[in-house]
Design a protein around this ligand. Sequence first.
Ligand SMILES: [Zn+2]
Length: 285
Amino acid sequence: MPVNLHAALAYAQENQPRFLSELIEFVSIPSVSTDPAAKPAMQQAAEWVAGQLQRLGMDNVQVMPTEKHPVVYGEFLEAGVDKPVVLIYGHYDVQPAEPLELWHSPAFAPEQRGDNLYGRGASDMKGQVMAALKACESLAQTGDLPVNLKWLIEGEEEIGSPSLGKFIAEHKELLACDFAINPDTGMIALDAPTITYGLRGLAYFELRLTGPAQDLHSGLFGGSVHNPAVVLCELIAGMHDEQGRVTLPGFYDRVRPMAEAERQELRRLPNNDALYLEQTGAPRL
Ligand SMILES: [Zn+2]
């Protein structure tokens, strides 16, 4: 049966209450990857995801151990060899819930208030994992899945994914795919379904600057010997120019220029300067 988007959407709407109650179940598992005491909850969350994949009809579903938290895998390769393989990435771990006193309802007893569900991980990213699972369920229940699928749901995203690089290297064949989707993002506005196709990277360093052999008296040596704290400030301040552009040599070498069509698309988005000012409380951008 070919894909029937109408039927799939109708299925999703009909089953929304069940989808929500399953999300609540998922968010109730305190899978905090930084917390050694949460090890059983981490395992429980991994198995919960594996159960979802099984019920979705995925094959070869496995909870695969790593040095720290397991990776959940599952696949559907029945769409045909002529169809692409799409890998869906996600994570079942969440940030710690502290400080607890700032929660209006318990972090791991999700509460619905208005249209929102409040609980740790509801938005980052058990909600998105569920959205991907339930989108696939809605398609699979109303037609044939149009592409092959692989799922890679890890448990270490919130601690920098220390095991993932090695895991991917060791399972190249298993994870081979044509596309990878990472729904660990957001929607730009409630009425603007959003596909994020570029993410900002992150690099951080510890820099040690050595100066004089001992503390120096500013009255005796100030002006003659450069203060390391001042040198650090100069280094950091010098990383951007007055326009906010990064000054590090080579930084922009591999950045592709933006196509005009892309600029036009971006211009249609609802995020503008006024919104940034409103959201941040900054006096100016
Ligand atoms: Zn995330």
